[in-house]
Design a protein around this ligand. Structure first.
Ligand SMILES: NC(=O)c1ccc[n+]([C@@H]2O[C@H](COP(=O)([O-])OP(=O)(O)OC[C@H]3O[C@@H](n4cnc5c(N)ncnc54)[C@H](OP(=O)(O)O)[C@@H]3O)[C@@H](O)[C@H]2O)c1
Length: 359
């Protein structure tokens, strides 16, 4: 199953809105077939693994990280193919919450007399497809907040400079995060300070939609994130000056206008509009004001905080999370399921926002 999960991860960022799935056919200890789902419409992992195994699949075991489908979508039901191949045991990490599958894949296999075991490496499989699970059950994007901070929690110095706080391996990991997300979002202050590209440049895969929160349409029309490849959306307030909006549109940006609350773009309608465009996942990359807005409005599901082995200091330096903050430490936003790893010289803390989120 570990191999099936590794194979599944090869499809990361390319199978949207489908899950990533890997499959292995084994006879005892010997692997006789393997495959992974590479893009929507392409054959499912189980079918590729069974094709590779050929007659050796008869009487063998199938390992797959997600419940095999039992309905005809763009491709025929995998359960039929598994039965026809003569597989005797099927090991699955986790059921598929998609209402078209949701237990029916397991039932179809058991009715045909196959032995089905669920729950192998389930936690790993859930993380791998966390975007898919959220999208099919909630219909809203799965939101990850990523920040690159100094050890004292600053994302920029007192001059606003932030390049580069973290090292090259951490930035490579950010490329993977961008590949996993359908959209990348920042506030206009970050665009003005850093002129980031926010694109995918070290890995192959579709470019994320780049989104800027920019009430007054202050994004410069020659900003790098407006340039191809990929598309950019400037999310402006309804009162944004028409000539700035026009200049941005002429520069190739998509400009969406939303009502603003307290002088800032309202986030919930934005998240809904992104969902309507099929955006299943958003990587919020800062800065501090935007981080607080998303967190305080209950719109973040996961955090990925990079900490570089450096202290920046400065009471005017930009904090990882700005805004008003909370009055009482007991009312801070609790995180759970934390994991810590080292990437190059930096530390990465990954965690989930505990309790109810709105999106
Ligand atoms: N190290 C890192 O990971 C990292 C990442 C990103 C940025 N940075 C640094 O962070 C600094 C910028 O951060 P920042 O906190 O000053 O600004 P920011 O979060 O980048 O942008 C905030 C601005 O976005 C606009 N906005 C529109 N709607 C909003 C909403 N609902 N919530 C929040 N903001 C909204 C507002 O400007 P309008 O009122 O004009 O719309 C607001 O002032 C820069 O120095 C940059 O280098 C570091």
């Amino acid at each position: 199953m570990r191999r099936a999960l590794e194979l599944a991860a090869l499809g990361e960022g390319r199978t949207r809105p489908n899950p990533v799935v890997g499959a292995v056919v084994a006879r005892g200890e010997e692997v006789v077939g393997q495959g992974y789902h590479s893009r929507p419409g392409a054959p499912h992992a189980e079918v590729l693994a069974l094709d590779q195994a050929g007659p050796a699949a008869r009487g063998g075991d199938l390992y797959v990280n997600l419940e095999p489908c039992s309905h005809r979508g763009r491709t025929p039901p995998c359960t039929e193919r598994i039965k026809a191949a003569g597989i005797s045991r099927v090991f699955v990490s986790v059921g598929d919450p998609n209402p078209l599958v949701n237990g029916q894949g397991f039932a179809a296999l058991r009715e045909a007399g196959l032995l089905v075991e669920e729950g192998l490496l389930e936690a790993n499989a859930r993380v791998l497809n966390e975007v898919f699970f959220h999208w099919v059950t909630c219909g809203t994007p799965f939101v990850t907040l990523k920040l690159a901070m100094s050890m004292d929690g600053k994302i920029a110095t007192t001059t606003g400079a932030s390049r580069w706080i973290t090292g090259i391996p951490a930035r490579q990991l950010v490329q993977r995060l961008r590949r996993r997300n359908a959209a990348v979002l920042v506030g206009v202050n970050t665009v003005l300070a850093d002129d980031p590209r926010l694109d995918l440049r070290e890995l192959e895969g579709p470019q994320p939609l780049r989104v800027v929160l920019d009430t007054a349409a202050r994004t410069p029309p020659d900003a790098r994130l407006l340039r191809p490849p990929g598309r950019a959306v400037v999310v402006a307030g309804e009162q944004a000056p028409a000539e700035r909006v026009r200049a941005l549109e002429q520069a190739g940006a998509w400009v969406w206008t939303f009502p603003s609350a307290g002088g800032k773009v309202e986030l919930l309608p934005l998240v809904e509009a992104l969902a309507a465009q099929g955006v299943d996942s958003v990587l919020v990359e800062g800065g501090g004001e935007v981080a607080w807005s998303f967190l305080s409005q209950g719109l973040v599901h996961k955090v990925v905080f990079f900490y570089a082995p450096v202290v920046l200091g400065g009471s005017g330096a930009v904090c990882g999370v700005g805004g008003e903050g909370v009055d009482d430490p007991c009312s801070g936003l609790p995180l759970c399921d934390l994991s810590v790893e080292t990437v190059g010289e930096d530390i990465v803390v990954t965690g989930y926002v505990r309790g109810e989120t709105r999106g």
